[in-house]
Design a binder for this molecule. Structure first.
Ligand SMILES: [Zn+2]
Ligand SMILES: [Zn+2]
Ligand SMILES: [Zn+2]
Ligand SMILES: [Zn+2]
Length: 196
């Protein structure tokens, strides 16, 4: 496990490498390229350890676009093309081109834990909506049923209003209080219950 996982100065390959993007002028693809530096752990005058990283410099190079192969000329010096990042961008573009977007927010892709996925759409009254937009629609179509003795909150997962609090009068003193629905059987308030 590299040191960077513990928050200490680190010169592992990942910590020494910077990434940069180079858009292909021919196809518009977002090429990701890496520049790998050299690192050394040093100690400053106060005795604090730090990673001293220097990046190589060199003449501009050509870069073959990962997607279309077009030769992009005179790109600022780099070490290599990042194949995993470029593959991820290819996948992202393919999803963007092929999938249907949500009718309300127009989004058709999501990034979950670093991987791109097509957004899941739900049919609702002739529209195709993402989960968030579907929840918003259902929430506005079904007004909050709360009244002076019942409070509801909207559950975005179940897509419905759920009873969250009930107002119940204490059997002994008559004072109303708000209770969780599962506690609504408690017919006395705490002070009255203690007195009894
Ligand atoms: Zn590291
Ligand atoms: Zn290209
Ligand atoms: Zn949406
Ligand atoms: Zn009471």
């Amino acid at each position: 496990m590299p040191n960077c996982d513990f928050g200490t100065p680190c010169t592992c390959k990942e910590c020494r490498t910077n990434i940069r993007n180079e858009i292909c002028p021919s196809c518009g693809f977002d090429n990701v390229i890496e520049i790998e530096g050299a690192g050394e752990i040093k100690t400053d005058r106060k005795g604090i350890r730090y990673a001293d990283i220097t990046y190589p410099t060199g003449n501009p190079q050509n870069l073959d676009c990962f997607k279309c192969g077009h030769s992009i000329i005179n790109v600022e010096f780099y070490t290599r093309i990042s194949i995993p990042e470029c593959k991820a961008n290819m996948k992202r573009d393919a999803i963007k081109e092929s999938s249907k977007p949500c009718d309300d927010c127009n989004v058709n892709i999501q990034n979950s834990l670093g991987t791109y996925k097509e957004i899941k759409l739900f049919e609702h009254k002739g529209n195709f909506l993402c989960k968030e937009c579907l929840a918003k629609r259902i929430k506005t179509e079904n007004p909050d049923p709360s009244d002076q003795n019942k409070k509801f909150t909207f559950n975005n997962n179940d897509l419905k209003w759920v009873l969250s609090k009930v107002r119940v009068k204490c059997k002994s003193c008559g004072k109303p209080r708000w209770l969780m629905p599962e506690n609504s059987w408690k017919n006395q308030c705490l002070p009255c219950f203690k007195k009894a």
